[in-house]
Design a protein around this ligand. Sequence first.
Ligand code: FES
Length: 113
Amino acid sequence: MTPDCRIRWRFQDGAELETDGYRALNILAHAETYELRIAQACGGQAECGTCRFRLIEGELSPMVVDEAQLLEEHRSNFASDERLGCRARPLGDLVVELRGRAPADLRDDDLTH
Ligand code: FES
């Protein structure tokens, strides 16, 4: 498969890695392909938020309904530049940042009270 773009991954320790990117794959699938660690507590169902990442540069696919709903319900747990890895796909070259450790699972009731 011919790549559509390049993705530069930034990690909390300052390390960076550049990989091919594909418009058909979401960020979580890219991470799995290149053996980069992104949590996925709900298995990619847009329910847990553990796969979230920061978009530093570039353009992602528009939010789909379930992603938008999760972000709206848990707005205080998301930075304005964060998206779900299990939903967002690259539309061109990207720079993204992965969290150093997995974000909390948003299905945990303690987060909402
Ligand atoms: S893996 Fe749970 S929201 Fe993406």
